[in-house]
Design a protein around this ligand. Structure first.
Ligand SMILES: Nc1ncnc2c1ncn2[C@@H]1O[C@H](COP(=O)(O)OP(=O)(O)OP(=O)(O)O)[C@@H](O)[C@H]1O
Length: 614
Protein backbone atom coordinates (compact mmCIF):
# COMPACT_ATOMS: atom_id res chain seq x y z
CA UNK A 1 0.00 0.00 0.00
CA UNK A 2 1.27 3.44 -0.87
CA UNK A 3 -0.85 6.46 -0.30
CA UNK A 4 -0.44 10.19 -0.52
CA UNK A 5 -2.91 12.66 0.83
CA UNK A 6 -3.65 15.86 2.66
CA UNK A 7 -3.87 16.18 6.40
CA UNK A 8 -7.34 17.35 7.20
CA UNK A 9 -7.30 20.57 9.10
CA UNK A 10 -9.67 23.41 9.31
CA UNK A 11 -7.22 26.24 9.19
CA UNK A 12 -4.82 26.82 6.36
CA UNK A 13 -1.30 25.99 7.41
CA UNK A 14 -1.72 25.25 11.05
CA UNK A 15 1.88 24.22 11.52
CA UNK A 16 3.43 27.66 11.70
CA UNK A 17 0.85 28.44 14.34
CA UNK A 18 1.70 25.36 16.32
CA UNK A 19 5.35 26.02 15.97
CA UNK A 20 5.20 29.57 17.16
CA UNK A 21 2.31 29.85 19.53
CA UNK A 22 1.11 26.57 20.89
CA UNK A 23 3.93 26.19 23.35
CA UNK A 24 6.36 28.93 24.09
CA UNK A 25 8.86 26.37 25.25
CA UNK A 26 10.16 24.17 22.45
CA UNK A 27 11.59 21.62 24.85
CA UNK A 28 8.13 20.33 25.72
CA UNK A 29 8.01 18.35 22.45
CA UNK A 30 9.75 15.60 24.36
CA UNK A 31 7.21 15.70 27.16
CA UNK A 32 4.39 15.35 24.61
CA UNK A 33 5.95 12.47 22.69
CA UNK A 34 7.02 10.55 25.78
CA UNK A 35 3.54 11.10 27.24
CA UNK A 36 2.00 9.65 24.08
CA UNK A 37 4.30 6.64 24.36
CA UNK A 38 3.32 6.20 28.00
CA UNK A 39 -0.37 6.54 27.09
CA UNK A 40 -0.04 3.89 24.41
CA UNK A 41 1.63 1.57 26.93
CA UNK A 42 -1.01 2.22 29.58
CA UNK A 43 -3.73 1.50 27.05
CA UNK A 44 -2.16 -1.85 26.28
CA UNK A 45 -1.99 -2.68 29.97
CA UNK A 46 -5.67 -1.81 30.35
CA UNK A 47 -6.58 -3.98 27.39
CA UNK A 48 -4.62 -6.85 28.91
CA UNK A 49 -6.48 -6.40 32.19
CA UNK A 50 -9.78 -6.39 30.37
CA UNK A 51 -8.77 -9.59 28.60
CA UNK A 52 -8.87 -7.95 25.18
CA UNK A 53 -5.17 -8.35 24.68
CA UNK A 54 -4.04 -11.88 25.28
CA UNK A 55 -0.44 -11.79 24.04
CA UNK A 56 2.78 -11.30 26.01
CA UNK A 57 3.16 -7.80 27.40
CA UNK A 58 6.92 -8.22 27.71
CA UNK A 59 9.05 -5.48 29.21
CA UNK A 60 7.05 -2.29 28.90
CA UNK A 61 9.60 0.49 28.67
CA UNK A 62 9.71 3.68 26.71
CA UNK A 63 13.12 4.29 25.14
CA UNK A 64 14.51 7.61 24.06
CA UNK A 65 17.66 7.57 21.93
CA UNK A 66 19.61 10.20 20.10
CA UNK A 67 21.95 9.88 17.11
CA UNK A 68 23.83 13.10 16.78
CA UNK A 69 25.55 12.15 13.49
CA UNK A 70 22.31 11.22 11.79
CA UNK A 71 20.52 14.14 13.52
CA UNK A 72 17.79 11.86 14.84
CA UNK A 73 15.86 11.53 18.07
CA UNK A 74 13.75 8.39 18.45
CA UNK A 75 11.01 7.74 20.97
CA UNK A 76 10.05 4.06 21.07
CA UNK A 77 7.33 2.30 22.97
CA UNK A 78 5.85 -1.16 23.20
CA UNK A 79 2.29 0.05 23.56
CA UNK A 80 -0.78 -0.58 21.46
CA UNK A 81 0.72 0.75 18.23
CA UNK A 82 -1.32 2.02 15.30
CA UNK A 83 -2.41 0.59 12.01
CA UNK A 84 -2.22 2.75 8.89
CA UNK A 85 -5.94 3.39 9.26
CA UNK A 86 -5.48 4.51 12.83
CA UNK A 87 -2.63 6.83 11.91
CA UNK A 88 -4.88 8.48 9.38
CA UNK A 89 -7.56 8.83 11.94
CA UNK A 90 -5.55 9.87 14.99
CA UNK A 91 -2.53 11.61 13.59
CA UNK A 92 -3.86 13.16 10.43
CA UNK A 93 -6.93 14.62 11.92
CA UNK A 94 -5.51 17.31 14.07
CA UNK A 95 -7.65 18.16 17.02
CA UNK A 96 -9.36 14.82 16.83
CA UNK A 97 -8.10 13.15 19.85
CA UNK A 98 -7.70 9.40 19.84
CA UNK A 99 -7.46 9.63 23.57
CA UNK A 100 -10.94 11.07 23.88
CA UNK A 101 -12.36 8.35 21.72
CA UNK A 102 -10.53 5.68 23.66
CA UNK A 103 -11.94 6.94 26.92
CA UNK A 104 -15.45 7.14 25.49
CA UNK A 105 -15.19 3.59 24.34
CA UNK A 106 -13.86 2.13 27.53
CA UNK A 107 -15.27 4.33 30.25
CA UNK A 108 -18.05 1.88 31.05
CA UNK A 109 -15.61 -0.94 31.50
CA UNK A 110 -12.84 0.54 33.53
CA UNK A 111 -13.06 3.86 35.27
CA UNK A 112 -9.36 3.90 36.11
CA UNK A 113 -8.40 3.82 32.43
CA UNK A 114 -9.63 7.33 31.97
CA UNK A 115 -7.25 8.73 34.52
CA UNK A 116 -4.28 7.01 33.02
CA UNK A 117 -4.47 8.78 29.74
CA UNK A 118 -2.59 12.00 29.46
CA UNK A 119 -3.60 13.19 26.04
CA UNK A 120 -6.73 15.26 25.79
CA UNK A 121 -6.21 17.78 23.11
CA UNK A 122 -5.14 15.90 20.05
CA UNK A 123 -2.36 18.37 19.37
CA UNK A 124 0.54 17.09 21.40
CA UNK A 125 2.04 15.02 18.65
CA UNK A 126 2.44 18.02 16.38
CA UNK A 127 4.68 19.75 18.88
CA UNK A 128 7.36 17.51 17.29
CA UNK A 129 7.45 19.99 14.43
CA UNK A 130 8.75 22.67 16.76
CA UNK A 131 12.15 20.97 16.55
CA UNK A 132 11.97 18.57 13.59
CA UNK A 133 11.96 19.28 9.89
CA UNK A 134 10.61 15.82 9.25
CA UNK A 135 8.86 13.28 11.43
CA UNK A 136 8.48 9.56 10.78
CA UNK A 137 6.23 7.13 12.55
CA UNK A 138 6.93 3.40 12.42
CA UNK A 139 4.17 1.55 14.14
CA UNK A 140 2.81 -1.93 14.56
CA UNK A 141 -0.53 -2.46 16.22
CA UNK A 142 -1.13 -4.98 19.00
CA UNK A 143 -3.91 -6.38 16.85
CA UNK A 144 -3.04 -9.62 15.14
CA UNK A 145 -2.35 -9.79 11.42
CA UNK A 146 -1.67 -6.13 10.95
CA UNK A 147 1.12 -4.63 8.91
CA UNK A 148 3.72 -2.11 9.90
CA UNK A 149 2.51 1.39 9.22
CA UNK A 150 5.02 4.01 8.11
CA UNK A 151 4.08 7.67 8.04
CA UNK A 152 6.23 10.64 7.14
CA UNK A 153 5.58 14.33 7.13
CA UNK A 154 7.90 17.26 6.52
CA UNK A 155 5.94 19.82 8.44
CA UNK A 156 3.78 20.90 5.54
CA UNK A 157 0.23 19.65 5.33
CA UNK A 158 1.41 16.83 3.03
CA UNK A 159 2.11 13.36 4.38
CA UNK A 160 3.02 9.89 3.03
CA UNK A 161 1.73 6.65 4.46
CA UNK A 162 2.74 3.14 3.45
CA UNK A 163 2.89 -0.37 4.82
CA UNK A 164 6.40 -1.63 4.21
CA UNK A 165 7.02 -5.36 4.20
CA UNK A 166 10.15 -7.49 4.19
CA UNK A 167 13.25 -5.98 5.74
CA UNK A 168 11.46 -2.73 6.65
CA UNK A 169 8.74 -4.47 8.55
CA UNK A 170 8.70 -3.73 12.24
CA UNK A 171 9.48 -6.81 14.28
CA UNK A 172 7.83 -5.76 17.50
CA UNK A 173 4.55 -4.31 18.55
CA UNK A 174 4.63 -0.60 19.36
CA UNK A 175 5.61 2.74 17.90
CA UNK A 176 8.85 4.48 17.01
CA UNK A 177 8.56 8.20 16.44
CA UNK A 178 11.66 9.45 14.65
CA UNK A 179 12.44 13.17 14.59
CA UNK A 180 14.82 14.52 11.97
CA UNK A 181 16.06 17.49 13.88
CA UNK A 182 15.93 20.86 12.15
CA UNK A 183 19.04 23.03 11.79
CA UNK A 184 17.77 25.63 14.22
CA UNK A 185 17.27 23.01 16.92
CA UNK A 186 20.75 21.57 17.27
CA UNK A 187 20.62 21.96 21.03
CA UNK A 188 18.21 19.01 21.19
CA UNK A 189 20.82 16.69 19.76
CA UNK A 190 22.91 17.09 22.90
CA UNK A 191 22.57 14.18 25.29
CA UNK A 192 22.90 16.38 28.35
CA UNK A 193 20.12 18.67 27.14
CA UNK A 194 17.76 15.77 26.47
CA UNK A 195 18.56 14.23 29.80
CA UNK A 196 17.76 17.41 31.65
CA UNK A 197 14.46 17.80 29.78
CA UNK A 198 13.54 14.23 30.61
CA UNK A 199 14.34 14.62 34.26
CA UNK A 200 12.38 17.84 34.40
CA UNK A 201 9.17 16.57 32.81
CA UNK A 202 9.28 12.80 33.01
CA UNK A 203 10.80 12.09 36.41
CA UNK A 204 7.60 10.63 37.81
CA UNK A 205 5.92 9.05 34.77
CA UNK A 206 4.19 5.74 35.49
CA UNK A 207 6.06 3.67 32.87
CA UNK A 208 9.87 3.27 32.96
CA UNK A 209 11.61 5.72 30.61
CA UNK A 210 15.06 4.70 29.46
CA UNK A 211 17.64 7.12 28.15
CA UNK A 212 21.20 6.01 27.37
CA UNK A 213 20.52 2.65 28.95
CA UNK A 214 19.37 4.19 32.21
CA UNK A 215 15.88 4.44 33.62
CA UNK A 216 15.39 8.08 34.52
CA UNK A 217 12.07 7.99 36.36
CA UNK A 218 10.29 6.76 39.48
CA UNK A 219 7.13 5.12 38.29
CA UNK A 220 5.23 5.30 41.55
CA UNK A 221 6.00 8.59 43.32
CA UNK A 222 4.63 8.75 46.83
CA UNK A 223 1.78 11.14 46.08
CA UNK A 224 0.14 8.36 44.04
CA UNK A 225 0.07 6.12 47.10
CA UNK A 226 -2.31 6.00 50.02
CA UNK A 227 -1.19 7.94 53.13
CA UNK A 228 -1.68 4.75 55.13
CA UNK A 229 1.05 3.04 53.11
CA UNK A 230 3.58 5.75 53.88
CA UNK A 231 5.86 6.50 56.80
CA UNK A 232 7.17 9.89 57.92
CA UNK A 233 10.50 8.86 56.51
CA UNK A 234 8.98 8.35 53.07
CA UNK A 235 7.67 11.88 53.14
CA UNK A 236 10.91 13.47 54.30
CA UNK A 237 12.91 11.41 51.83
CA UNK A 238 10.73 12.55 48.97
CA UNK A 239 11.13 16.13 50.14
CA UNK A 240 14.89 15.74 49.98
CA UNK A 241 14.59 14.41 46.44
CA UNK A 242 12.54 17.39 45.36
CA UNK A 243 14.66 19.94 47.19
CA UNK A 244 18.13 18.60 47.85
CA UNK A 245 20.08 20.32 50.62
CA UNK A 246 16.98 21.84 52.21
CA UNK A 247 16.26 21.60 55.89
CA UNK A 248 13.65 18.95 56.72
CA UNK A 249 10.07 20.19 56.41
CA UNK A 250 7.99 20.92 59.50
CA UNK A 251 5.05 18.79 58.40
CA UNK A 252 3.06 17.98 55.32
CA UNK A 253 -0.40 17.46 53.93
CA UNK A 254 -1.26 14.62 51.62
CA UNK A 255 -3.93 15.82 49.20
CA UNK A 256 -6.28 13.26 47.80
CA UNK A 257 -9.63 14.00 46.28
CA UNK A 258 -11.54 12.56 43.36
CA UNK A 259 -14.80 14.42 43.47
CA UNK A 260 -15.85 17.00 42.23
CA UNK A 261 -12.40 17.23 40.68
CA UNK A 262 -9.37 15.05 40.65
CA UNK A 263 -6.36 16.04 42.67
CA UNK A 264 -3.51 14.34 44.47
CA UNK A 265 -0.32 15.75 45.88
CA UNK A 266 1.76 16.54 48.89
CA UNK A 267 2.25 20.00 50.29
CA UNK A 268 5.11 20.57 52.68
CA UNK A 269 5.50 23.34 55.22
CA UNK A 270 9.13 24.37 54.93
CA UNK A 271 11.24 25.62 57.77
CA UNK A 272 11.57 29.32 57.26
CA UNK A 273 15.01 30.75 57.79
CA UNK A 274 14.38 34.31 56.85
CA UNK A 275 11.00 35.90 56.47
CA UNK A 276 12.22 38.27 53.87
CA UNK A 277 13.71 35.64 51.62
CA UNK A 278 10.73 33.43 51.14
CA UNK A 279 11.04 31.09 48.23
CA UNK A 280 8.15 31.01 45.89
CA UNK A 281 7.66 28.76 42.87
CA UNK A 282 8.47 25.74 44.93
CA UNK A 283 5.30 23.84 44.21
CA UNK A 284 5.41 21.67 41.11
CA UNK A 285 2.30 21.09 39.08
CA UNK A 286 1.77 17.71 37.41
CA UNK A 287 -0.94 16.25 35.26
CA UNK A 288 -1.08 12.48 35.56
CA UNK A 289 2.52 12.40 36.73
CA UNK A 290 3.77 14.55 33.84
CA UNK A 291 5.48 17.71 35.03
CA UNK A 292 3.74 20.80 33.70
CA UNK A 293 5.11 23.83 35.49
CA UNK A 294 6.32 25.24 38.75
CA UNK A 295 4.32 28.40 38.29
CA UNK A 296 1.29 27.51 40.28
CA UNK A 297 -0.05 31.03 40.58
CA UNK A 298 -3.85 30.91 40.18
CA UNK A 299 -4.04 27.22 41.02
CA UNK A 300 -2.76 27.62 44.55
CA UNK A 301 -3.96 30.51 46.73
CA UNK A 302 -1.39 33.27 46.87
CA UNK A 303 -0.54 32.80 50.54
CA UNK A 304 0.10 29.10 50.09
CA UNK A 305 2.70 29.65 47.42
CA UNK A 306 5.11 29.68 50.33
CA UNK A 307 4.59 25.95 50.65
CA UNK A 308 6.61 23.35 48.81
CA UNK A 309 5.66 20.08 47.15
CA UNK A 310 3.68 18.66 44.26
CA UNK A 311 0.12 18.89 43.00
CA UNK A 312 -1.15 16.49 40.40
CA UNK A 313 -4.45 17.08 38.66
CA UNK A 314 -5.76 16.09 35.26
CA UNK A 315 -8.51 18.66 35.75
CA UNK A 316 -6.29 21.69 35.42
CA UNK A 317 -6.41 22.95 31.86
CA UNK A 318 -2.82 23.04 30.69
CA UNK A 319 -2.66 24.50 27.25
CA UNK A 320 -4.78 27.53 27.85
CA UNK A 321 -4.12 31.12 28.58
CA UNK A 322 -3.66 32.48 32.05
CA UNK A 323 -6.84 34.55 32.09
CA UNK A 324 -8.81 31.46 31.25
CA UNK A 325 -7.12 29.59 34.05
CA UNK A 326 -8.14 32.24 36.54
CA UNK A 327 -11.75 31.99 35.50
CA UNK A 328 -11.78 28.22 35.32
CA UNK A 329 -14.31 26.69 37.68
CA UNK A 330 -12.19 23.63 38.44
CA UNK A 331 -9.23 25.81 39.31
CA UNK A 332 -11.37 27.87 41.69
CA UNK A 333 -12.61 24.74 43.41
CA UNK A 334 -9.08 23.43 43.70
CA UNK A 335 -8.07 26.68 45.29
CA UNK A 336 -10.82 26.44 47.88
CA UNK A 337 -10.06 22.81 48.54
CA UNK A 338 -6.39 23.42 49.17
CA UNK A 339 -7.15 26.31 51.51
CA UNK A 340 -9.53 24.13 53.46
CA UNK A 341 -7.11 21.22 53.66
CA UNK A 342 -4.34 23.42 54.95
CA UNK A 343 -6.62 24.93 57.59
CA UNK A 344 -7.83 21.45 58.59
CA UNK A 345 -4.30 20.18 58.93
CA UNK A 346 -3.30 23.10 61.12
CA UNK A 347 -6.39 22.63 63.27
CA UNK A 348 -5.59 18.94 63.64
CA UNK A 349 -2.01 19.66 64.69
CA UNK A 350 -3.26 22.23 67.15
CA UNK A 351 -5.77 19.84 68.69
CA UNK A 352 -3.62 16.75 68.77
CA UNK A 353 -0.31 18.22 69.81
CA UNK A 354 -0.59 21.71 71.18
CA UNK A 355 2.98 21.67 72.45
CA UNK A 356 4.41 20.65 69.07
CA UNK A 357 2.23 23.25 67.40
CA UNK A 358 3.57 25.96 69.69
CA UNK A 359 7.13 24.90 68.97
CA UNK A 360 6.52 25.23 65.26
CA UNK A 361 4.67 28.50 65.62
CA UNK A 362 7.62 30.71 64.72
CA UNK A 363 7.62 29.01 61.31
CA UNK A 364 3.94 28.47 60.65
CA UNK A 365 2.77 31.72 62.20
CA UNK A 366 3.74 33.53 59.06
CA UNK A 367 1.59 31.30 56.81
CA UNK A 368 -1.34 31.54 59.15
CA UNK A 369 -1.22 35.32 59.47
CA UNK A 370 -0.56 35.82 55.79
CA UNK A 371 -3.49 33.54 55.02
CA UNK A 372 -5.79 35.32 57.42
CA UNK A 373 -4.86 38.66 55.92
CA UNK A 374 -5.29 37.62 52.32
CA UNK A 375 -8.29 35.32 52.46
CA UNK A 376 -11.41 35.93 54.51
CA UNK A 377 -12.44 32.31 54.42
CA UNK A 378 -9.09 31.30 55.78
CA UNK A 379 -9.43 33.92 58.51
CA UNK A 380 -12.60 32.25 59.66
CA UNK A 381 -11.00 28.84 59.64
CA UNK A 382 -7.81 29.94 61.36
CA UNK A 383 -9.04 32.45 63.91
CA UNK A 384 -9.25 29.81 66.64
CA UNK A 385 -5.81 28.40 66.05
CA UNK A 386 -3.77 31.54 65.53
CA UNK A 387 -1.46 32.08 68.48
CA UNK A 388 -0.13 35.13 70.25
CA UNK A 389 2.78 35.07 72.64
CA UNK A 390 3.31 37.19 75.72
CA UNK A 391 6.64 38.60 76.87
CA UNK A 392 7.09 35.64 79.22
CA UNK A 393 6.93 33.30 76.20
CA UNK A 394 3.51 31.83 76.91
CA UNK A 395 1.19 31.17 73.95
CA UNK A 396 -2.52 31.85 73.83
CA UNK A 397 -5.25 31.61 71.22
CA UNK A 398 -7.11 34.86 70.64
CA UNK A 399 -10.00 33.70 72.80
CA UNK A 400 -7.76 32.48 75.57
CA UNK A 401 -5.89 35.74 75.57
CA UNK A 402 -8.96 37.93 75.71
CA UNK A 403 -10.19 35.79 78.57
CA UNK A 404 -6.83 36.11 80.31
CA UNK A 405 -6.68 39.90 80.25
CA UNK A 406 -10.27 40.86 80.47
CA UNK A 407 -10.49 41.39 84.22
CA UNK A 408 -7.57 43.79 84.26
CA UNK A 409 -7.33 45.37 80.82
CA UNK A 410 -10.74 46.81 80.11
CA UNK A 411 -10.91 50.55 79.92
CA UNK A 412 -13.73 52.75 81.13
CA UNK A 413 -15.49 52.41 77.76
CA UNK A 414 -15.52 48.64 78.06
CA UNK A 415 -12.84 48.27 75.39
CA UNK A 416 -10.31 45.52 75.93
CA UNK A 417 -6.87 47.03 75.44
CA UNK A 418 -4.22 44.62 74.21
CA UNK A 419 -0.74 45.88 74.99
CA UNK A 420 2.15 44.84 72.83
CA UNK A 421 5.81 45.43 72.24
CA UNK A 422 7.62 45.32 68.93
CA UNK A 423 10.99 45.13 70.65
CA UNK A 424 11.14 43.79 74.20
CA UNK A 425 14.73 44.98 74.61
CA UNK A 426 14.38 48.54 73.40
CA UNK A 427 10.99 49.00 75.05
CA UNK A 428 12.01 47.25 78.23
CA UNK A 429 11.19 50.11 80.58
CA UNK A 430 7.65 50.43 79.28
CA UNK A 431 7.09 46.67 79.26
CA UNK A 432 8.27 46.48 82.85
CA UNK A 433 6.00 49.34 83.92
CA UNK A 434 3.03 47.58 82.33
CA UNK A 435 3.90 44.24 83.93
CA UNK A 436 4.32 45.95 87.31
CA UNK A 437 0.76 47.17 86.94
CA UNK A 438 -0.36 43.59 86.48
CA UNK A 439 -0.92 44.01 82.75
CA UNK A 440 0.09 41.43 80.17
CA UNK A 441 2.17 42.41 77.14
CA UNK A 442 2.28 40.57 73.81
CA UNK A 443 5.28 40.27 71.56
CA UNK A 444 4.19 41.35 68.11
CA UNK A 445 7.41 41.85 66.25
CA UNK A 446 6.95 39.91 63.01
CA UNK A 447 6.96 41.62 59.64
CA UNK A 448 3.25 41.09 59.15
CA UNK A 449 2.18 42.02 62.67
CA UNK A 450 1.28 45.67 62.01
CA UNK A 451 -1.23 44.45 59.40
CA UNK A 452 -2.35 41.62 61.61
CA UNK A 453 -3.07 44.06 64.43
CA UNK A 454 -5.13 46.18 62.05
CA UNK A 455 -7.12 43.15 60.98
CA UNK A 456 -7.81 41.99 64.52
CA UNK A 457 -9.02 45.44 65.52
CA UNK A 458 -11.53 45.27 62.69
CA UNK A 459 -12.65 41.73 63.30
CA UNK A 460 -12.67 41.46 67.08
CA UNK A 461 -15.31 43.35 68.93
CA UNK A 462 -14.34 46.05 71.38
CA UNK A 463 -10.63 45.37 71.18
CA UNK A 464 -7.87 47.91 70.60
CA UNK A 465 -4.13 47.45 70.49
CA UNK A 466 -1.63 49.80 72.05
CA UNK A 467 2.10 49.59 71.98
CA UNK A 468 3.49 49.82 75.51
CA UNK A 469 5.20 53.11 74.83
CA UNK A 470 2.08 54.74 73.42
CA UNK A 471 1.31 56.45 76.71
CA UNK A 472 2.27 56.55 80.35
CA UNK A 473 1.33 53.30 81.97
CA UNK A 474 -1.52 54.87 83.91
CA UNK A 475 -3.12 56.12 80.72
CA UNK A 476 -2.51 53.13 78.44
CA UNK A 477 -5.76 51.69 79.68
CA UNK A 478 -7.95 54.53 80.81
CA UNK A 479 -9.90 53.74 83.90
CA UNK A 480 -12.14 55.93 85.99
CA UNK A 481 -9.77 56.21 88.92
CA UNK A 482 -7.48 59.23 88.92
CA UNK A 483 -4.33 59.86 90.87
CA UNK A 484 -4.39 63.15 92.72
CA UNK A 485 -1.69 65.65 91.97
CA UNK A 486 0.32 67.00 94.87
CA UNK A 487 1.07 70.18 92.91
CA UNK A 488 -1.03 73.30 92.73
CA UNK A 489 -2.09 74.56 89.32
CA UNK A 490 0.43 77.37 89.58
CA UNK A 491 3.21 74.94 90.26
CA UNK A 492 2.14 72.82 87.33
CA UNK A 493 2.34 75.78 84.98
CA UNK A 494 5.71 76.74 86.37
CA UNK A 495 7.01 73.20 86.02
CA UNK A 496 5.80 73.03 82.44
CA UNK A 497 7.65 76.25 81.61
CA UNK A 498 10.90 75.06 83.16
CA UNK A 499 10.78 71.82 81.18
CA UNK A 500 9.86 73.57 77.95
CA UNK A 501 12.84 75.86 78.31
CA UNK A 502 15.13 72.97 79.24
CA UNK A 503 14.05 70.75 76.34
CA UNK A 504 13.74 73.55 73.82
CA UNK A 505 12.23 71.42 71.05
CA UNK A 506 8.90 72.23 69.38
CA UNK A 507 8.21 68.55 68.63
CA UNK A 508 8.10 67.74 72.33
CA UNK A 509 4.68 68.33 73.88
CA UNK A 510 5.27 68.87 77.58
CA UNK A 511 2.50 68.08 80.02
CA UNK A 512 2.50 67.66 83.77
CA UNK A 513 0.63 64.59 84.95
CA UNK A 514 -0.24 63.08 88.25
CA UNK A 515 1.46 59.71 87.99
CA UNK A 516 2.45 57.38 90.78
CA UNK A 517 5.55 58.39 92.77
CA UNK A 518 6.98 55.00 91.78
CA UNK A 519 6.83 55.88 88.09
CA UNK A 520 9.76 57.60 86.40
CA UNK A 521 10.12 61.40 86.87
CA UNK A 522 9.69 61.97 83.14
CA UNK A 523 8.27 59.62 80.50
CA UNK A 524 8.48 60.14 76.74
CA UNK A 525 5.81 58.49 74.61
CA UNK A 526 4.51 58.51 71.04
CA UNK A 527 0.74 58.30 70.67
CA UNK A 528 -0.34 54.99 69.07
CA UNK A 529 -2.06 56.69 66.17
CA UNK A 530 0.90 58.90 65.33
CA UNK A 531 3.29 56.00 65.48
CA UNK A 532 1.19 53.86 63.19
CA UNK A 533 1.03 56.67 60.68
CA UNK A 534 4.80 56.95 60.79
CA UNK A 535 5.19 53.19 60.39
CA UNK A 536 2.94 53.20 57.37
CA UNK A 537 4.94 56.02 55.88
CA UNK A 538 8.12 54.07 56.42
CA UNK A 539 6.79 50.84 54.95
CA UNK A 540 5.50 52.83 52.01
CA UNK A 541 9.05 54.03 51.49
CA UNK A 542 8.23 57.59 52.52
CA UNK A 543 11.37 59.53 51.74
CA UNK A 544 13.11 61.73 54.21
CA UNK A 545 12.58 59.43 57.19
CA UNK A 546 15.93 58.49 58.59
CA UNK A 547 16.10 55.13 60.19
CA UNK A 548 18.39 56.07 63.06
CA UNK A 549 18.85 59.02 65.32
CA UNK A 550 15.96 61.12 64.08
CA UNK A 551 13.06 61.72 66.41
CA UNK A 552 9.52 61.27 65.25
CA UNK A 553 7.74 64.56 64.78
CA UNK A 554 5.46 64.30 67.74
CA UNK A 555 6.34 63.21 71.22
CA UNK A 556 4.55 63.54 74.48
CA UNK A 557 6.74 64.38 77.45
CA UNK A 558 4.87 63.50 80.63
CA UNK A 559 6.37 65.13 83.70
CA UNK A 560 5.40 63.24 86.82
CA UNK A 561 3.93 65.76 89.27
CA UNK A 562 4.08 63.25 92.09
CA UNK A 563 7.72 62.33 91.77
CA UNK A 564 10.14 64.00 94.23
CA UNK A 565 12.12 65.33 91.25
CA UNK A 566 9.21 67.68 90.43
CA UNK A 567 9.57 69.31 93.86
CA UNK A 568 13.31 69.63 93.45
CA UNK A 569 13.03 71.28 90.05
CA UNK A 570 10.49 73.75 91.41
CA UNK A 571 12.71 74.50 94.42
CA UNK A 572 15.68 75.46 92.22
CA UNK A 573 15.96 78.89 90.70
CA UNK A 574 16.79 79.63 87.04
CA UNK A 575 19.52 77.62 85.34
CA UNK A 576 19.84 75.04 88.07
CA UNK A 577 16.18 74.04 87.73
CA UNK A 578 16.51 73.70 83.99
CA UNK A 579 19.63 71.62 84.37
CA UNK A 580 17.80 69.17 86.62
CA UNK A 581 14.81 69.10 84.25
CA UNK A 582 17.07 68.45 81.30
CA UNK A 583 18.72 65.63 83.20
CA UNK A 584 15.37 63.99 83.99
CA UNK A 585 14.27 64.38 80.38
CA UNK A 586 17.50 62.87 79.05
CA UNK A 587 17.05 59.92 81.40
CA UNK A 588 13.66 59.31 79.81
CA UNK A 589 15.21 59.42 76.35
CA UNK A 590 18.01 57.16 77.48
CA UNK A 591 15.58 54.55 78.71
CA UNK A 592 14.06 54.43 75.25
CA UNK A 593 17.42 54.16 73.50
CA UNK A 594 16.90 57.60 71.98
CA UNK A 595 19.78 59.48 73.48
CA UNK A 596 22.54 59.57 70.93
CA UNK A 597 25.55 61.50 69.72
CA UNK A 598 26.16 64.96 71.09
CA UNK A 599 23.14 64.81 73.39
CA UNK A 600 24.49 61.63 74.96
CA UNK A 601 27.93 63.14 75.48
CA UNK A 602 26.37 66.22 77.07
CA UNK A 603 24.28 63.99 79.33
CA UNK A 604 27.29 62.01 80.52
CA UNK A 605 29.17 65.21 81.25
CA UNK A 606 26.20 66.75 83.09
CA UNK A 607 25.81 63.56 85.14
CA UNK A 608 29.43 63.77 86.21
CA UNK A 609 28.88 67.43 87.21
CA UNK A 610 25.78 66.53 89.21
CA UNK A 611 27.63 63.71 90.95
CA UNK A 612 30.40 66.05 92.03
CA UNK A 613 28.08 68.95 92.97
CA UNK A 614 27.51 69.64 96.68
N1 LIG B 1 3.14 6.37 20.51
C1 LIG B 1 1.85 6.22 20.17
N2 LIG B 1 1.30 4.98 20.15
C2 LIG B 1 0.00 4.83 19.82
N3 LIG B 1 -0.83 5.84 19.50
C3 LIG B 1 -0.34 7.08 19.49
C4 LIG B 1 1.02 7.34 19.81
N4 LIG B 1 1.23 8.67 19.70
C5 LIG B 1 0.04 9.22 19.33
N5 LIG B 1 -0.90 8.27 19.21
C6 LIG B 1 -2.30 8.46 18.82
O1 LIG B 1 -2.44 9.72 18.24
C7 LIG B 1 -3.41 10.49 18.92
C8 LIG B 1 -3.07 11.96 18.82
O2 LIG B 1 -1.93 12.23 19.59
P1 LIG B 1 -1.68 13.66 20.10
O3 LIG B 1 -0.47 13.69 20.95
O4 LIG B 1 -1.68 14.59 18.95
O5 LIG B 1 -2.94 13.97 20.96
P2 LIG B 1 -3.36 13.37 22.36
O6 LIG B 1 -2.27 12.58 22.96
O7 LIG B 1 -4.66 12.69 22.18
O8 LIG B 1 -3.59 14.69 23.19
P3 LIG B 1 -2.48 15.76 23.69
O9 LIG B 1 -2.60 16.95 22.83
O10 LIG B 1 -2.87 16.07 25.06
O11 LIG B 1 -1.14 15.11 23.58
C9 LIG B 1 -3.37 9.90 20.32
O12 LIG B 1 -4.56 10.14 21.02
C10 LIG B 1 -3.18 8.43 20.04
O13 LIG B 1 -4.38 7.79 19.69
Amino acid sequence: MQEKGSISIHTENIFPIIKKFLYSDHEIFLRELVSNAVDATQKLKSLAQLGEFKGELGELKVRVTVDKEARKITISDRGIGMTAEEIKKYINQIAFSGATEFVEQYKEKDAATKDQIIGQFGLGFYSAFMVAKEVEIWSKSYKEDTLTAHWTCDGSTEFTLDEPTGEHEKAERGTDVVLHVAEDSDEFLEEARLKSILSKYCKFLPIPIEFEGEVINQTAPIWTKQPSELTDEDYTKFYQELYPFSEPPLFWIHLNVDYPFNLTGILYFPKIKDELQLQRNKIQLYSRQVFITDEVKDVVPEFLMLLHGVIDSPDIPLNVSRSFLQADAAVKKINTYITKKVADKLAELFRKDREGYEQKWSDIGLFVKYGMLSDDKFYDRAKDIVLVQDTAGKYYTLNEYQEHIQANQKDKNDQTVILYTTDPEAQHGYVQAALDRGYSVLKLNAVLDPHFIGQLEQKLEKVTFKRVDADTVGKLIEKDETTESVLSDDDKTKLTEVYKAAINNEHMQVQVEALSPQDAPVIVTVPEFMRRMKDMQRVGGGGGMQMFGSLPDSYTVSVNANHPVAQRVLAQEGEAGQKLAKQAFDLALLSQGMLKGEALTAFVKRSADLLTAE
